[in-house]
Design a protein around this ligand. Structure first.
Ligand code: AMP
Ligand code: GLY
Length: 429
């Protein structure tokens, strides 16, 4: 590989992208980091291009070319589904992120389920419906709990794990109220969930780490689902044996099937797994890093991120390895009051340097600068307070000590991030 540094363009504006930005900006391969649209935290290590429409493949390609970008890193899924990677690849610009055809692994649950059938990937039994009446009949006869999901992107919030048939019916009526709705009804799997991340270059695969996320808004995993209120890594429940099984039974068959269809997957494959009594089973795929899982992965990654992502973009992953710092990392998400409903916006945020003096890192997600240049909340998940430590208990303690120092009257966080692992650590002595 050439040792000449080049400009890198990063697309996205969340906590995930702030974590990626810190690693990319520190890479010897990076001469200059440009982020679109970015956020005030990312602006500390990158120049921002807030006006670029990151969902417009032609606009992104023209901008990347004008900036002389030697690598474009796509953070969120929407630009991938919109074909941004395809346009960049066609223009000969290395891009980290799958084609729109390969991004269907996240964009379409029906596509993924069919691929799982063909490739014998263990996942929940399911049926797909495009009309209410047959869906109601099927659901009424289904064992409980039963899972009801909307198909398509942004369907994340449309998952109901129904404990009663009445609840399932309500979810179905709700989903089919939208014209053209497509719905998947599936068996409920039980076990512990992990988020497992694998880099792929269309050919070779390089496993990264597994993390555990906290999807519910409230302590004790109560309340509505969110994008994720905190995470820790590595997830020790995902043992080397389970990882090897997952690579052999889930990841490799998926990558092989994608290649065989003529739509090889290159980018990061995020497998949401249920560790059931009979082994790991796929809940769903995402085609991007998790947020906030990425924040803890980046806190632990030792290998140069830009080199890894460029290798994935160029089909040069074979023979590469990723190395990780010993110990653990945890992230506590500070969200704005009201999230995941309508979050309060505009509340002043201060004392982030005081918080970072504890040894934690404060990553920006939904932040903005107001007319006076003051930092304010501008979204649901506002900050990701990230810390490392020899144990999850210690990493989380550092993160919470930092959270205490932050002045943000409109913010709240869960108080029990990492609880499953902390209980295991206590049991281990
Ligand atoms: P998603 O929004 O698709 O990430 O799903 C949200 C959550 O719903 C997942 O993290 C799981 O906790 C749960 N879930 C989805 N599908 C199933 C299933 N088949 N069995 C059990 N839980 C599920
Ligand atoms: N934290 C889960 C996700 O990024 O989808």
């Amino acid at each position: 590989m050439s040792s000449t540094a080049f400009p890198i363009l990063l697309l996205g504006s969340g906590g995930r992208e702030h974590a990626l930005a810190l690693k990319l900006a520190a890479s010897p391969l990076c001469s200059r980091l440009i982020a679109a649209p970015g956020n005030p935290g990312i602006a500390q290590v990158a120049s921002l291009a807030p006006g670029l429409d990151i969902l417009d493949p032609a606009a992104v390609t023209a901008f990347a070319r004008a900036e002389g970008a030697g690598l474009v890193v796509v953070g969120p899924e929407a630009p991938l589904a919109a074909g941004v990677s395809d346009a960049l690849r066609a223009a000969g610009i290395p891009v980290f992120g799958p084609s729109a055809a390969a991004a269907r692994l996240e964009a379409s649950k029906a596509f993924t389920k069919q691929l799982c059938d063909e490739a014998h990937v263990p996942t929940a039994r399911y049926r797909r419906f495009d009309a209410l009446e047959p869906a109601l009949a099927y659901s009424a006869a289904h064992a409980l709990p039963v899972v009801v999901k909307a198909d398509g992107l942004a369907a994340g919030k449309g998952v109901t794990v129904a404990l009663t048939h009445g609840e399932a019916e309500e979810a179905l009526r709700d989903l089919f109220a939208s014209p053209g709705a497509e719905v998947v009804i599936e068996e409920c799997m039980t076990g512990e969930e992990v988020s497992f991340f694998v880099l792929a270059d269309g050919n070779a695969a390089l496993p990264l780490l597994a993390a555990q996320d906290h999807k519910r808004v409230g302590d004790g995993d109560t309340g509505p689902n969110t994008g994720g209120m905190g995470a820790y890594a590595p997830a020790r429940v995902f043992t080397p044996e389970l990882q090897a099984r997952t690579m052999a039974e889930i990841i490799q068959p998926t990558l092989n099937a994608m290649a065989a269809r003529g739509t090889p997957f290159a980018g990061v494959l995020f497998a949401g797994l249920m560790l059931t009594e009979t082994g790991p089973r796929l809940i769903e795929y995402n085609v991007r890093f998790g947020d906030p899982e990425c924040q803890v992965l980046m806190a632990l990654l030792e290998t140069d991120l830009a080199a890894l992502l460029l290798a994935a973009a160029r089909g040069e992953l074979a023979g590469r390895a990723a190395t990780w710092k010993p110990g653990t990392a945890a992230v506590v998400v500070v969200a704005a009051r009201g999230y995941p409903g309508t979050p309060a916006k505009g509340g002043l945020i201060a004392d982030l340097e005081v918080a970072e003096a504890t040894g934690a890192m404060v990553l920006h997600a939904g932040t903005a600068l107001d007319a006076h240049g003051r930092l304010v909340g501008s979204g649901g998940r506002v900050l990701g307070v990230t810390a490392a430590g020899p144990t999850v208990a210690e990493a989380v303690a550092t993160a919470y000590a930092a959270v205490e120092k932050i002045s943000f009257a409109d913010g709240f966080c869960r108080r029990d991030i990492g609880w499953r692992e902390i209980a295991r650590e206590r049991a281990d002595g």
